[in-house]
Design a protein around this ligand. Structure first.
Ligand code: EPU
Length: 335
């Protein structure tokens, strides 16, 4: 295992911010992760775990060791209609979705083209077009940095919610995801309850492969490709508010879209709130708000993480003032 010194992370974060890692290493196995942790402990350096870098905002150089998890094992077991797939944390998420769908193993089609690696998928319980990772997840293999134990957490142990999991809490922050086990099926039963997806598909005889292609087309039509325009997907979570709050907002904004949630609350599209507030296409220094999806902040090429953090705070302050809503950033911002 090689440990590099003073490495640029530009091609290792989807915003393309040119920060450096004091030390960097790529771990292809649990043994290599353990080796890297032992080295970092012996040198008393901070440790930073990096997956695909698609949900990360670097605002400064990273001191200590950046450990990139690159485990790429893939293992499939089929029993009758059921297919269980174990995917190493370092496998690119979209390649996994595409390869399973094309092999006739269905379940992940709605989650096509989400940037990042399989290991990051449970951390924020990735979701899109009517499905979330937890719908098809069996378990997550982790290494506990504190105890050096290898654990398999069942889906119920992971405290999944909307863009939320155990791994985002302090109790789970020392767990390194090594791989995930997914439950897929050879039976083609597409999920098409997301309005924008259903409207874009024919009325009858829809297949999972069609869903896969349509989700790709929808995402490509409004979300920028990080390889061309740096971004981290949705920058804010969609806020969940009480029905009274919706009633107040509706008096001023009668066209406000709302999605009813369990417990009488409503999820509001942050993109709509930001768009109505006039931020779409806004550009400042080298960063801005995407001109086709107001929820996506972008690096126009010369921007940096500090500028993104400032822009995000300006948007949050404006949204708070206009709608009395506090938007929560989705990516992790390293200040
Ligand atoms: N809208 C606007 N202006 C815009 C964009 C959207 O007014 O610039 C309105 C739309 O008209 C619609 C509503 O906002 O009424 C919702 O838009 P959309 O269906 O595009 O979804 P979203 O809520 O903006 C969420 C996820 C996306 C996911 C899509 C599709 C979050 C934070 N984002 O976006 O996830 O792809 O639904 O399911 O939940 C990601 O996490 O990186 C991501 C892209």
């Amino acid at each position: 295992m090689l440990i590099h010194n003073n490495i640029s992370l530009r091609d290792k974060n989807s915003f393309g911010f040119d920060v450096t890692a004091e030390y960097f290493c790529r771990a292809n196995s649990v043994e290599e992760i353990r080796e890297a942790i032992a080295w970092q402990r012996q040198k008393q350096l901070p440790l930073f775990i990096l997956g695909g870098g698609s949900n990360t905002v670097f605002t400064r150089n990273i001191s200590g060791l950046v450990l990139h998890i690159a485990i790429d094992k893939l293992h499939t077991d089929t029993t009758g209609d059921l297919v269980s797939v174990f995917a190493g944390a370092g496998i690119n998420w979209h390649s996994l979705v595409e390869s399973t769908v094309l092999k006739g193993q269905y379940g992940l089609e709605n989650l096509a083209l989400i940037p990042g690696n399989a290991g990051a998928a449970p951390i924020q319980n990735i979701g899109a077009y009517g499905k979330e990772l937890c719908d098809n997840l069996i378990s997550v293999d982790v290494l506990d940095q504190q105890t050096d134990e290898l654990l398999t957490l069942q889906t119920d142990d992971c405290q999944f919610g909307y863009r939320q999991s155990l791994f985002k809490t302090s109790a789970g922050s020392k767990l390194i995801v090594l791989g995930i086990k997914l439950q897929l099926s050879t039976v083609d039963t597409p999920v098409i309850n997301y309005a924008a997806l259903r409207e874009a598909l024919p009325e009858n005889d829809i297949t999972a492969e069609q869903v896969f292609r349509q989700v790709c087309a929808l995402r490509q039509s409004k979300l920028p490709d990080p390889a061309k325009l740096g971004n981290a997907g949705s920058f804010f979570k969609n806020p969940i508010v009480e029905s009274q709050h919706v009633d107040t907002l509706r008096q001023q904004y009668p066209h406000l879209p709302v999605y009813p949630q369990a417990g009488g609350c409503f999820k509001l599209p942050a993109a709509w709130l930001i768009d109505q507030a006039g931020w779409k296409g806004h550009r400042v220094n080298g960063v801005g708000v995407h001109d086709r999806q107001a929820l996506v902040l972008v690096n126009h090429g010369t921007g940096n993480g500090q500028q993104i953090a400032i822009l995000a705070e300006e948007i949050r302050a404006d949204i708070r003032q206009r709608y009395n809503i506090d938007l929560e950033p989705e990516p992790v911002i390293y200040q």
